[in-house]
Every structure is written in structure tokens, then in C-alpha cells.
Design a protein around this ligand. Structure first.
Ligand SMILES: Cc1ncc(COP(=O)(O)O)c(C=O)c1O
Length: 491
């Protein structure tokens, strides 16, 4: 895990064109391991009336990191010119060094961007230019998952497909019992994309942890398959990965690897990293062209051409404070027994335990075995709820939020009937068409999951069925249809 970089590292890593002679504001360094009371105090700003089981969507930020952010914001407001000339670039360099240390990379290959959506735009823009400038030919393929996140799919279509790429989807079955089904589907889709060797596959987009349904993907194996089959470049959408699973970008071997720090790494929105494999970090003879130098931030600024880390470090006047507090998040994580690894273990064990508790209460099952999830897991909902489409799932989610004060995303599985009987029928013999994705983060308690357990049990006991919500004149349900049904919400 990352140790805090020293001021010397900061000065060394900062862009030499900007003077950096003043250290950023110091955060207090706690001595003893964090206690339960301190964890609760760190998240005292959470609405306690809500059972918050959806850390995966927007993450969480402890008070100590929020305080550090406020210090950066005040520093800017107190003397903006001095902030720009002396503090901003050293601070961003310190954050890049903290990320690099956490993922086994060199700082020079790490760029800080707002989010994975932005990282994808950087990669897809490069693909589009490669078509426009004749490096790629019309009809060359881009591979992605059926479950690739909506905004990333849109980016692939908006840039790559529009520029001439043929987009091929990897079908993923769900629920799953082993990673081998993923590998088999990936190989099959790759064969389609390659068209018997007649077509070049220019890019494969692989999730590290899919959003919905959530599944931990054998990403290293899939990258190796890409290498063996002549895929030019691999982009790993690891939006959920840092803080959930161990990351060694060298070992994974992708060309581009991006993860949000505002989901599972305690940073405020919006901050993510994009790691780019440089020719020096590529295996000898494996990647002679230096892709890193060809990538550009889609927001062009005076830093254009100075390399992606610098282009991303100045995209015009804005609030950079979320990107400046990465070392404070590292410091928060270090207060836990075992650091980030300890947090990951705790979250994984707890989410599996809570998932099993819910499944037992509802007569259902988990969507994956424990080894195929990190800190989020899918749990089948009783078939009696009658979830027959995505709209039903969204309306029921809204009902759970409004009436039962529980926040949890729902998934409608259109292929429920194709699953083996032990993973398709609940204890009453009803088809399980709907799933919840539960998260566990350090602030969660068993009681949060019991709220969900009891809410679903009450709905079933009351004979509730989603059909009731479709034409409801109930003011609350009408509101939910009008206001909350937004398909592109973060997951
Ligand atoms: C798998 C995956 N990729 C990409 C994203 C996009 O993240 P952001 O909205 O922070 O750019 C998400 C968001 O939830 C996601 O789950």
C-alpha cells in the first residue's frame, strides 16, 4: 500500500515549469488504529435515517478528508495566484505519487482525471483519431462487454463506432458459478471480432468489476488472451476496483487502466486515475510504439502536448481540491488494521455474510460465488415481487428508498429462465427475475441490511407485486416515475 510521498518526491515529480516552494497544507497524522466510535464520527454527516447499501455508486468521504479538501479550497481562495504558481502542481504530483505507489506504477504513467467517463473519452478519442488519420481501417473491431457501463458504451459508440469501428459485444451469463464461463464467452466473442483472422481488433474494453450485475472479472486472464490473439490495445474499466481489490497494473498488463478514487477510496467526487502503459513499462519487443505520448485530454488547454499527466493537471480554472486530497485518503486508510488490504478483507467478508443472511431470509441465493466479488454482491429477490422489467426494478428501488428508507440498486435479469434451476427458482418455486446489489463499506452495520431484509419480507407478506406500481395513482409512486427514473445513474 502507498506510503505518503515526501516533500522531496513532490518537488521531483512536479512539472519544472511551475515553481513549487511551499508545502501543501498538512493534515493531522493520527497515531492509534481507528476505533469504531471514530469511524462513526468520520461519517457522522451521513443521513442516519437511511440504510445506505450503495457505496458502489457514489462512495463516501470521511470528515478528515473533507477537512483537508476545505483547507485546499481556502488556500486557493486566500491567494489564487500563489495557489496556482506554488501549490497546485506540487499537490497534484503528490496525489499522482500516492496513486502510483498504490498500484505498483511509476508516477509518470499516472494521470489524474475527473472520473472513468473522462478516462474512457481520452482512450476513445485516440481510437477515433486513429481511424481519421488512417492508422485504423473502417470495419476494424472494438470489443466490449454486454455489461459494459452505459456511459462507456456510449463513449465507444460516440467516438469509435462513429469513426468506423465495428463494435462486438461479449455476452456474459448471469448468475455465475465460476470465472470459466466468462473466459469461454470472451474467447467466443473475440473469435467473432477477429472473423477468422480477417479483421483487426484494435481495442478490447474489459471491466475489472462490472457494475450491474456486479461480477469480479478475471481481468489478467482476459488481457493475456487479448495479447495471444493480436488485439492491439486493452482498456480496463476498473471504476470500482481501487479499494475493492488489489491492483498491480504491471501484472495485469493492460495498456490503459482507469479507476475512480471517489467510489471505494474515500476521495470526494470527482477524481480518478488513468494509468497508461509506456513503452518502457511494456515487455521488451511487445509494444514498440509509445502510445502514452499520443493520448490527449479531451479538454485542450495550454498544457496540450506536455504529456497526459500534465494535460490532465490543467484543464482550465476549476476546483482541483478533490484531486489534491488523495494523500489524505491514503492517510485515512492507513488508520485501519491492515490498511487498505484490511479494509478490503473486512468489506468482502461482511458483504458475503450479509448477502448470505438476506438470501437465507428470502429463500434465494447469491449471484456469484464469494471469490467472484469484492465489496459488492448480488442477492436474488423473491420471485413473488413480480419484477418484469427495468422500469419495475427502478420503481421498486424508489419505493424502498421512500417508504422503507433503504438505498440499494436493483437489477432486472432478462435471462433469468436460462439459469440452472438452483440459481433461477426461489424457495417457493418462483422465478427470480430481480436482484439487489449490496455494498459493504466501513461505516455499514448489520442493522442496515436488516432494514432491507425486513422491507422485502414485509412486501412479500403483504402480497405486494410490482404490477401495482405500473399504473398507480398513489402520489408517491407517481412522483417516483416522474422524477427518479433516470437510466444513466451511476452504479
Ligand atoms: C463499471 C463502471 N464504469 C464506469 C463508471 C463511470 O464512473 P463515473 O461516473 O465516475 O465516470 C461507472 C459508474 O458507476 C461504473 O460502474
Amino acid at each position: 500500500m502507498a506510503s505518503l510521498p515526501s516533500d522531496g518526491d513532490v518537488a521531483a515529480a512536479a512539472n519544472g515549469t511551475i515553481v513549487c516552494d511551499v508545502s501543501p497544507p498538512a493534515a493531522k497524522r493520527p497515531r492509534a488504529a481507528i476505533t469504531d466510535a471514530e469511524i462513526q464520527a468520520e461519517f457522522a454527516h451521513h443521513d442516519r435515517s437511511v440504510a445506505r447499501l450503495n457505496n458502489g455508486a457514489f462512495g463516501c468521504v470521511p470528515s478528515s478528508v473533507l477537512a483537508a479538501r476545505a483547507r485546499w479550497q481556502r488556500l486557493f481562495l486566500s491567494q489564487p495566484d500563489a495557489f496556482y504558481h506554488h501549490h497546485l502542481q506540487p499537490g497534484l504530483a503528490r496525489s499522482r505519487a500516492a496513486v502510483a505507489s498504490a498500484i505498483g506504477a511509476d508516477s509518470s504513467s499516472v494521470s489524474l482525471v475527473d472520473n472513468v467517463t473522462t478516462a474512457a473519452a481520452i482512450v476513445m478519442q485516440h481510437v477515433a483519431w486513429s481511424f481519421a488519420e488512417g492508422d485504423f481501417s473502417r470495419g476494424d473491431a472494438v470489443l466490449m462487454f454486454l455489461y459494459t457501463y452505459t456511459s462507456i458504451k456510449s463513449s465507444i459508440h460516440a467516438y469509435a463506432a462513429r469513426a468506423g469501428a465495428a463494435v462486438v459485444e461479449v455476452h456474459l451469463p448471469f448468475p455465475l458459478t465460476s470465472p470459466s464461463a466468462i473466459v469461454a464467452e470472451f474467447r467466443a466473442a473475440l473469435a467473432v471480432a477477429r472473423d477468422g483472422g480477417r479483421r483487426r481488433v484494435r481495442l478490447a474494453v474489459i471491466d475489472h468489476i462490472t457494475s450491474m450485475p456486479t461480477v469480479l472479472i478475471p481481468v489478467k486472464d482476459l488481457v493475456a488472451i487479448c495479447r495471444d490473439n493480436g488485439v492491439d490495445k486493452v482498456f480496463v474499466d476498473a471504476a470500482h476496483a481501487i479499494g475493492q481489490v488489489d491492483i498491480d497494473v504491471g501484472d495485469i498488463g493492460a495498456d490503459f487502466y482507469a479507476s475512480n478514487l471517489h467510489k471505494w477510496f474515500f476521495c470526494p467526487s470527482a477524481v480518478a486515475f488513468l494509468h497508461t502503459r509506456t513503452s518502457s513499462s511494456a515487455a521488451a519487443g511487445d509494444d514498440p510504439d509509445d502510445i502514452a505520448s499520443k493520448l490527449h485530454h479531451p479538454v485542450v488547454s495550454s498544457q496540450y502536448g506536455n504529456g497526459l499527466p500534465m494535460e490532465s493537471a490543467w484543464i482550465g480554472v476549476r476546483d482541483y481540491s478533490a484531486q489534491l486530497v488523495v494523500p489524505d485518503a491514503v492517510e485515512f486508510v492507513a488508520r485501519f488494521d491492515g490498511g487498505v488490504e484490511g479494509i478490503r478483507r473486512l468489506n468482502h467478508d461482511k458483504v458475503v455474510e450479509m448477502g448470505a443472511m438476506l438470501a437465507a431470509a428470502w429463500g434465494t441465493f447469491l449471484g456469484t460465488p464469494p471469490e467472484m466479488c469484492g465489496s459488492m454482491v448480488m442477492v436474488g429477490l423473491p420471485g413473488a415481487l413480480g419484477i418484469e422489467g427495468e422500469d419495475d426494478a427502478m420503481r421498486l428501488r424508489t419505493k424502498l428508498r421512500r417508504r422503507f428508507k433503504v438505498e440499494v440498486p436493483l437489477y432486472y435479469n432478462p435471462e433469468s429462465a436460462a439459469a440452472p434451476p438452483e440459481l433461477s427458482k426461489d424457495g417457493n418455486g418462483d422465478l427470480v427475475t430481480g436482484w439487489v446489489r449490496i455494498s459493504h463499506q466501513v461505516y455499514n452495520k448489520r442493522e442496515d441490511y436488516e432494514v432491507l431484509r425486513d422491507a422485502v419480507a414485509k412486501l412479500v407478506a403483504d402480497g405486494f407485486c410490482c404490477a401495482e406500481l405500473r399504473n398507480s395513482s398513489d402520489e408517491e409512486e407517481t412522483l417516483s416515475r416522474g422524477v427518479d427514473i433516470q437510466p444513466a445513474l451511476p452504479m
